[in-house]
Design a protein around this ligand. Structure first.
Ligand SMILES: C[S@@+](CC[C@H](N)C(=O)[O-])C[C@H]1O[C@@H](n2cnc3c(N)ncnc32)[C@H](O)[C@@H]1O
Length: 271
C-alpha cells in the first residue's frame, strides 16, 4: 500500500463511503474559528485535500498524516497548500511525542485506516491525547470486507508463506455486531472519552468485472512487493482463486457486475 498512484486508481469506493459518514455527522463536524483537523492515514492525500475541506470553514488548518513516508511525500508534493500540510505519523506507536504535541488538535478524522493498525487501543489512546479538551474524532473502518478476508487468506497461503510471514497487518474484528459496538464503546469510555457513538452499516459496491476487483485487491496488498518477479503470475492466480470463492463477492448475472458486500463501523467520540 506504499504506492500512492496505484492506490488512488482503485480507491473511489472510499469517497462514497466518506460522504455517507460525514453527511450524517455534519452538525458534530462543525468547526469554530481556526480549528486544527488531523486526518490519520491520509494515504496519497487527495481525499484530505479535495473532499475534506468542503466540510470545514475557511481558516481551518488540515494536517494529513500517514505511517508511509512515501505517501506523505507524494501528498506534500501534490496537495499541500496554505490550508493543508502533511506529516508522518504511526498512530499505533507508543512513542509519537517527540514529533507530535499533546492536546494540539480540535478534530481527528480517519477513513479506512484503523483495521491496518495492530494495536488499536494504543491508537485510540494516542488520539485521545492528541485531542484538545472537548475535541472530537470521527473514524470510519471496515468490520468485515472481502479485501480483509482475501488478504488474510493470502497471508495464510502455504505456497507463499515464506514471503508473507511476519507481516501481520490486520486487526481482525469480531463479526458479532453487538459485541463490536459494546467493545468499542467500553474501550473509548475507559480511555476517557465522555461522549461515544458507535454505529454499524451494511454496504455493497459494484465493480465492472472481476479484473477490476483484483486490481483493487492488488492496490492494497501489503505482501506484493516481497513476491519475486518470477512468481508473480502464480501469485495472481492464487489471489483470483481466493477472491472468486469469497462469500462476500458475487457475480450479478444480469448486469455482469461483481458485487462486494461489506460492513463498516462509524465511530464518533468526544473528549
Ligand atoms: C486504505 S488507505 C486509506 C487512505 C485514505 N484515508 C483514503 O481513504 O483515501 C489506509 C492508509 O492508512 C495508512 N496506515 C496504515 N497503518 C497506519 C498507522 N499505524 N498510522 C498511520 N497511518 C497508517 C496506510 O499507509 C494507508 O495510506
Amino acid at each position: 500500500m506504499d504506492s500512492p498512484k496505484i492506490f488512488r486508481q482503485w480507491n473511489l469506493k472510499t469517497y462514497k463511503d466518506m460522504f455517507d459518514f460525514f453527511d450524517g455527522q455534519r452538525s458534530r463536524l462543525k468547526c469554530g474559528k481556526n480549528e486544527i483537523v488531523l486526518d490519520i492515514g491520509c494515504g496519497p492525500g487527495d481525499l484530505t485535500s479535495k473532499l475534506v475541506p468542503s466540510y470545514f470553514p475557511p481558516g481551518t488548518r488540515l494536517i494529513g498524516s500517514d505511517i508511509s513516508q512515501e505517501m506523505v511525500t507524494y501528498a506534500q508534493v501534490n496537495y499541500s497548500n496554505e490550508m493543508i500540510t502533511f506529516k508522518q505519523l504511526d498512530i499505533g506507536s507508543d512513542n509519537i511525542w517527540n514529533r507530535w504535541e499533546k492536546e494540539s488538535v480540535n478534530k481527528i478524522i480517519s477513513i479506512y485506516v484503523l483495521h491496518w493498525v495492530p494495536n488499536l487501543r494504543q491508537a485510540m489512546v494516542n488520539m485521545y491525547s492528541l485531542l484538545k479538551e472537548n475535541g472530537a474524532m470521527f473514524l470510519l473502518l471496515p468490520s468485515q470486507i472481502p479485501f480483509m478476508t482475501i488478504l488474510g487468506k493470502i497471508g495464510e497461503n502455504e505456497e507463499f508463506m515464506q514471503y508473507t510471514k511476519g507481516a501481520k497487518y490486520f486487526h481482525i474484528h469480531s463479526t458479532d455486531y453487538k459485541v463490536l459496538i459494546e467493545d468499542y464503546t467500553k474501550m473509548l469510555k475507559d480511555i476517557g472519552f465522555r461522549e461515544v457513538d458507535v454505529i454499524n452499516k451494511e454496504k455493497c459496491f459494484h465493480y465492472s468485472c472481476y479484473e477490476a476487483l483484483y486490481d483493487a485487491v492488488r492496490s492494497l496488498d501489503p505482501y506484493l512487493k516481497d513476491i519475486p518477479e518470477n512468481l508473480r503470475e502464480r501469485y495472481s492466480e492464487v489471489i483470483q482463486n481466493i477472491a472468486y470463492n469469497d462469500k462476500g463477492v458475487t457475480l450479478e448475472p444480469e448486469s455482469g457486475f461483481v458485487r462486494i458486500d461489506y460492513r463498516l463501523t462509524y465511530i464518533y467520540a468526544r473528549k
